[in-house]
Design a protein around this ligand. Sequence first.
Ligand SMILES: O=C(O)C1=C[C@@H](OP(=O)(O)O)[C@@H](O)[C@H](O)C1
Ligand SMILES: C=C(OP(=O)(O)O)C(=O)O
Length: 430
Amino acid sequence: MTYSVPYHDGPVYGVVNVPGSKSITNRALVLAALANGPTRLNHALFSDDSRILMTALSAVGYAVIPDEVNSAVEVIGAQIEPLQQRAEHDLFVGNSGTSARFLTALLALGQGVYRLDGVARMRERPLGDLLATLRVMGVDVRDLLGTGCPPIEIRGAGLPGGTVSIRGDESSQFVSALLMAAPYAKNPMRIEILGELVSEPYVEMTRSMMAAFGVQVVRRGNVFEVPLGAYHANAVYDIEPDASGASYFMAAAALCGGEVTLSGLTRESLQGDVAFADVLLQMGCAVSFSAEGITIARGEESLRGVDVDLFHLSDTVPTLAAIAPFASSPVTIRNVANIRLKETDRIAACVAELRAFGVEVEEFADGMRIFPCANLREDVSVKTYDDHRMAMAFSLLGMRVRGTKILDPMCVSKTFPTYYEHFEKLLDIS
Ligand SMILES: O=C(O)C1=C[C@@H](OP(=O)(O)O)[C@@H](O)[C@H](O)C1
Ligand SMILES: C=C(OP(=O)(O)O)C(=O)O
């Protein structure tokens, strides 16, 4: 199946209500399950990644009741009680990094035998540092192919806790996973991050959300201390719109001109990816934050190139790469080596697909430089490498280049199944 991107040479105007954040939904599912009673998650995301986690939590015995019509999920928190069952479980994590990493630490709290596996790409996505840290604590966890990736098997006997260290530069999800499980360890946990911590706002998101469920993590520089305790249920927990998903609509306004408001997102968001608005500001857009949301506007002024370090907001790299050829000077994206380990190697994928349009791109080990291009090649079929962000990002470029098609467009279902509806609605009203 392919998606023919509607050609659109005018500005775009509108208010976009993107679905709930994947990162917040998947954390809220874990925290609510580990809490001491029912929590209703409002504005939850229903996508592959959240369904995978809901299914896995249900499989090990948590009551997770989806109410998809109302974009809500009812979770009956049971602390670690379901994990006390000495049963065997085979769990599927697809290509959901958050599910794989969060479950690995969560299941180490249990007494069962848990095998966790995913799609072929998940068998290449790292878990090794997290496994090593769990092993140091005494957890019996094996990578069944000896690759440091799924499939893994955990023979649960509870999480010993204590002082551990973990590398921070490969994935912040390892740290978030340990933090969320930590209150139920046998001893208070002290987690020291070695080296730089990538995607740091996601770890701060974890801390804030743990606090909202009643557990305060003390942070001193690179050390996180988690007290023993139990999460408190929240009668209702509201999930913010997904800021990474919003980045496509912010970029649409930057690319086409016009004015787009991303409803429900604020400067105070738990999501670091709202800072993508600042990247667009540097490129010459007007950015404003109001009670309604974040508004990105561009009038007659041209889109300028930019030189940015996206270490902490690397999910927005494809978004920026896809609009970069339309800037008046080069766009340089730095310090994102870890995106080679995501759904696909995102540096290689962006470089290859931009070059397919005839765009000049320099590839670095940890980034890329994209040069302005006046005549992009028409009728290109964009490969998406089973990566939702490639599909969404290159639909933007396609608005400005006739005949652009997106191959395997429904890979967007990983985080944003309704993406094309929102995209076409914005074009229809513009
Ligand atoms: O914790 C999270 O929810 C996420 C952290 C980031 O991953 P890394 O920490 O692996 O960069 C991000 O790319 C991912 O989409 C979601
Ligand atoms: C990298 C991503 O997801 P995850 O690591 O959760 O699979 C993403 O959504 O861009």
